[in-house]
Ligand binder design. Sequence first.
Ligand code: GTP
Ligand code: MG
Length: 171
Amino acid sequence: GLKKKEVHVLCLGLDNSGKTTIINKLKPSNAQTQDIVPTIGFSIEKFKTSSLSFTVFDMSGQGKYRDLWEHYYKEGQAIIFVIDSSDKLRMVVAKEELDTLLNHPDIKHRRLPILFFANKMDLREAVSSVKVSQLLSLENIKDKPWHICASDALKGEGLQEGVDWLQGQMQ
Ligand code: GTP
Ligand code: MG
């Protein structure tokens, strides 16, 4: 068949937000792993949608590895930014990392689509995706298309909506 268009996506966000769990769920079931461990450095993953072939740089969110992120910014054609909606204490840290990302010279002046997952919506202490977007001041992002989806990566809920949006942005 026809070869799908290849796109490079960076998956960013704090440690324990659910990045690897989300990417794993987007793979075909026979390619999914059962036990997910904290990412060391980064991992390159692939999944396909109806029209695109995604290569994802699944970065570690641990503080000691966050300095690695910027080395991949030039390569990225889109960003998936994952937030643990139940981690109110670290929401401000997530915002700081997002602001640093948005102000980076390799990101600042590019019209990169950003897909936000307000993840862990299944947890009782989770705040809504509207609240997450307020806490991260997403309304201030005016020069890039962005979209936020509530997700439960354990059940896979909300992921398809997000990826459909991203695919639409990358055609
Ligand atoms: P790093 O690789 O360290 O940056 O973390 P990560 O963002 O890749 O997080 P990871 O996917 O490893 O998930 C961290 C923990 O959160 C795991 O125990 C997951 O099972 C759990 N988790 C991920 N998504 C969800 C979710 O939607 N709901 C709940 N309740 N737990 C989740
Ligand atoms: Mg990970």
